[in-house]
Design a protein around this ligand. Sequence first.
Ligand code: PGA
Length: 255
Amino acid sequence: MTAPLPLVIGNWKMNMLTAQACEMARSLVDRLSTVDGIEVVIAPPFTSLHPVAQIIKNSRLSLAAQNFYFENNGAYTGEVSLEMLRDVGCDFALVGHSERRGSFGESDDAVNKKVRRAVQMGVTAVVCVGETLGQRKSGATSNIIETQLSKSLAGLSGEDISKLVIAYEPVWAVGTGVHATAAQVVDVHKLIRMILRERLSFPEKAAARILYGGSVGPENSKQLLREKQIDGVLVGAASLDFESFCAIINSALES
Ligand code: PGA
């Protein structure tokens, strides 16, 4: 089996108006036009998805939704379905980001419904898991990761799992400027692979790609991406700066 390409995802969160988003997308298309051997995904806010999709068409870039509702359509005022997002060009969707879990009460059960919908729609779900600082300090990291994974992935087959991306994003590292060390990330990635393989009884070949996210920047990306256990990175703040994001992409290419 050939190793998957390194995957770099830029999560723009609730940032950038349409003009800025389009300019960033154009610059990335241009910069990546001569690059090979990497997968780069950007997750603009909903309002910019359509224009950005036109710009990145036929480029090396793919589009991700930051969130969606698990029903396809109906009386759900204010919600956006994955069918709608796929219609505008999203091949990826973040699910269970810690900001959604923390600020919007997204439960493991809701995450599970979204992941199942993504699998059904052929959209790659990027399932985010991670412990808080208190949980890490009390030695509960393994239990938290195992619970989040088993609940979020309930009912999925090994084949379904193989199509997912798992992002280990310790809550204490997201948006804080404090990143996990490569050794800490490798430990949790090994744990995630072990949980997927043994405790959830998924066959070895059904290995999802596992990313790290949490204050990834040009200064730490090389060290993280050098590790074989780390298949890529999910980048927040540093993806808003063109040169910083490109530096991270370069680290992935060098890995
Ligand atoms: P950050 O965000 O890189 O700003 O810490 C990561 C994320 O939210 O995925």
